[in-house]
Design a binder for this molecule. Sequence first.
Ligand code: T5A
Length: 217
Amino acid sequence: MSAIQKLAGKFIVIEGLEGAGKSTAIQYIQDWLALQGVIEQNIELTREPGGTTLAEKMREIVKMDVADEQLDDKAELLIMYAARVQLVEHKIKPALAADKVVIGDRHNWSSLAYQGGGRGIDLQLINDIKQVALGDFKADFTLFLDIEPELGLSRARGRGELDRIERLAIDFFNRSRAVFQQLTEQEKNAVCIDASQGFDQVKESIHRQLDIWLASL
Ligand code: T5A
């Protein structure tokens, strides 16, 4: 089977804290797919929360600062899943059914890490909500870009103003990071990339891990 055939209909997800370099890494994944012969028209890029017209509206809500009302942690969690359902049903599944490769900038693990680890919502409850919302749907391969929160946030700060979530205390991100690390250890089709490395080393690590994954398909 050719690489193009093996990659058809696969969902690759990139996860990590703010400033880990997820947007940058997506370009490296696209470069790698091009090396395998996958043409641009057969690649679909998504981001979470967001990625469809309605899901982008939900993204605005979770990023919004409202002076007289705080977004409840459970409301935040449910908005993440509402946005995810819209994205999966209206964009990701149709693209996979058309044999495209989908690259996701964040997916389900972000809710476990941020709303579970960070906010302290029970992980089993989140898994139950996930099951109701998405059933067994999951990524085929997950690349977790691991970075010290301080370094990631300083990179994110260099890009502009921090949003509502990015302004949370460092402990929040340490707890989120611990969940990401735990999930990576538990999942067979997931790898951890040291995102504190320079651009070239991160790119090389991602390409190497994708080569190994492709060989396993
Ligand atoms: N969220 C999301 C939840 O709480 N629960 C959920 O379920 C989901 C899905 C999304 C927010 O929502 C939360 C998490 C987030 O707080 P977002 O704006 O999409 O918000 O935030 P991020 O996904 O974190 O996006 P960022 O742009 O902050 O991070 P990236 O994409 O990881 O970083 P990137 O590639 O833009 O790089 C940041 C800067 O670092 C530089 C880049 O050039 C850029 O300037 N950089 C490097 N510098 C040095 N060395 C490297 N190796 C570098 N790689 C990148």
